[in-house]
Design a protein around this ligand. Structure first.
Ligand code: NAD
Length: 484
């Protein structure tokens, strides 16, 4: 199947922080792939804006180097790279001063879609918004894109929302959570709301529990100073895992439109119960190798910040009363794997007898690697010798139809950037959503800080602290294996 490319209007996309790590690794390679797919109309331009004193040619050389590093050789024919680079421009700018702003103003056009990607430290969001306004760079419906972290608590998130809101309308602000740009996450909505089959079962009567796992193999190396001030709760749960939970738990929106979807997500966050301290397990990785333990990779040798967290949440509404949602995420775990699993209840009566074991339907939504959705169904094991039951996956990925190795699946960033250009906010977090998520998160963090709680140790390459397993075992449940 050839993926259908929906054209977008011509645009000027300004990347503040265009020389930074995120721009090099994700934004520029993503834009190049969209260019290759024919989604960048000829009049469109990408304008890097950062502190380095580059001219267009020097920046183009940087962009070229980034494409060489992050795009496979046979996916970047020289003539396409050249044509893409022709659309790249650069302005040296100071986000906190005057330098460069009149150059940027001169370069921008008012008759194309304008988007400003704030790929810079959050402390620069305010100064950038102010200067865009002051120098009258942005047209009335210009879009701004902001990266995580969006605040570190409710107060700072509110302050950021206010600062951006002083100069831009909420309809112009795109808060990126790249988990929402993943193909499977959107497929989850298609599966849920495009079929008759699942929605009737999607509630406390049929679902035993839900597991959401985002496991990483990387540690904090190099990012220790930033990470230690944040921890797994702020860095992953408050945003990514919370967004996934919302999509699973929300009521069907009346339409697939930005506010209808985001209204329903917000209701989920507001229906979350406070979490009991006994339902939270925090961890820090340890290793026998020198320099490999968490505490050796951050500045504070007594740090109480968690590199792992597992928790049990309850959603107080009719649909989910009594259905636990188990979340876990951590660094230096056994494999890199992100998955949502909806575990259905046992059949009410087994006509086959207990000796054939317990078989449950599990809908597994895999975000990485190998994005896809499978439904575990129980069938008879083939062959003679009586009735034996076996669980087999019903694959809803249609990978073959999507091209070899799913190559045609656009990366989350490129999809989201194109949504910005289209002016579609459905997959972006609204300000009130972010604030509600912090309002739920803050007291939990405050609680463990006040108690001076030390995270439990877990071995590098394991599935997390033993207590995380106990969180499930004590209720007769078990985490799914973390498999790459
Ligand atoms: P980086 O440090 O690699 O790059 C920062 C960029 O900001 C550079 O281009 C620099 O020139 C520019 N800059 C700094 N001060 C400036 C100023 N006064 N005026 C103009 N430009 C200035 O950072 P990064 O890793 O690319 O991250 C950018 C943002 O994206 C941060 O908010 C980060 O938290 C977020 N983010 C990054 C990643 C990632 O993988 N790198 C992932 C998620 C979110």
């Amino acid at each position: 199947m050839v993926s259908r490319v929906i054209p977008v209007d011509p645009f000027d996309l300004v990347i503040f922080g265009g020389t930074g790590d995120l721009a090099r690794r994700k934004i520029l390679p993503g834009l190049f792939r969209r260019f290759l797919a024919g989604q960048m109309p000829p009049e469109s331009r990408v304008i890097g804006a950062a502190r380095s004193e580059y001219g267009d040619d020097e920046y183009r050389a940087e962009v070229k180097a980034a494409l060489e590093e992050f795009i496979a050789k046979d996916s970047r024919p020289a003539k396409d790279v050249k044509a893409f680079l022709d659309r790249i421009h650069y302005v040296a700018i100071d986000a906190t001063g005057k330098a460069g702003w009149s150059d940027l103003k001169k370069l921008l056009r008012s008759d194309v879609v304008q988007a400003f990607y704030f790929s810079v430290a959050p402390s620069l969001f305010g100064p950038l918004a102010e200067r865009l306004h002051e120098w009258k760079c942005a047209v009335k419906d210009a879009r701004i894109v902001v990266e995580k972290p969006f605040g570190r608590d409710l107060e700072s998130a509110r302050a950021l929302n206010r600062t951006l809101g002083d100069h831009f309308d909420e309809s112009q602000i795109y808060r990126i959570d790249h988990y929402l740009g993943k193909e499977t996450v959107q497929n989850l909505m298609a599966v849920r709301f495009g079929n008759m089959l699942f929605e009737p079962l999607w509630n406390a009567q049929y679902v035993d529990h839900v597991q959401i796992t985002v496991a990483e193999t990387v540690g904090v190396n190099g990012r220790g100073a930033y990470y230690d001030k944040s921890g797994a709760m702020r860095d992953m749960v408050q945003n990514h895992l919370m967004q996934l939970l919302c999509l699973i738990a929300m009521e069907p929106p009346s339409r697939f439109d930005p506010d209808a979807v985001r209204d329903e997500k917000l209701k989920v966050i507001r229906a979350l119960d406070p979490v009991d301290k006994n339902d939270i397990v925090r961890g820090q990785y340890v290793s026998e190798e020198d320099g490999e333990s968490y505490l050796e990779q951050v500045e504070d040798p007594d740090s109480l910040t968690e590199s792992f967290i597992a928790m049990k949440l309850n959603i107080s509404n009719w649909r989910w009363a009594g259905v636990p949602f188990y979340l876990r995420t951590g660094k230096k775990l056994k494999a890199r794997a992100s998955e949502i699993a909806i575990v259905f209840k046992d059949a009410p009566h087994s006509i086959f007898g207990q000796e054939l074991g317990r078989h449950r339907n599990i809908l597994a939504i895999r975000l990485q690697p190998n994005e896809g959705i499978t439904l575990g169904v129980t069938i008879k094991e083939p062959g003679p010798g009586g009735m034996r039951l076996v669980d087999v996956p019903l694959d809803m990925t249609f990978k073959d139809a999507l091209g070899p190795d799913g190559d045609e699946i656009p990366d989350a960033y490129e999809r989201l950037i194109m949504d910005v250009i289209r002016g579609n906010q459905t997959l972006f977090m609204r300000g009130d959503e972010v604030e509600a998520a912090w309002a739920w998160t803050d007291p939990l963090i405050k609680g463990w800080i006040e108690r001076g709680e030390r995270p439990k140790s877990y071995d590098v390459g394991s599935t997390g602290p033993e207590d995380a397993a106990v969180l499930m075992h004590r209720e007769g449940r078990k985490w799914r294996d973390i498999k790459a």
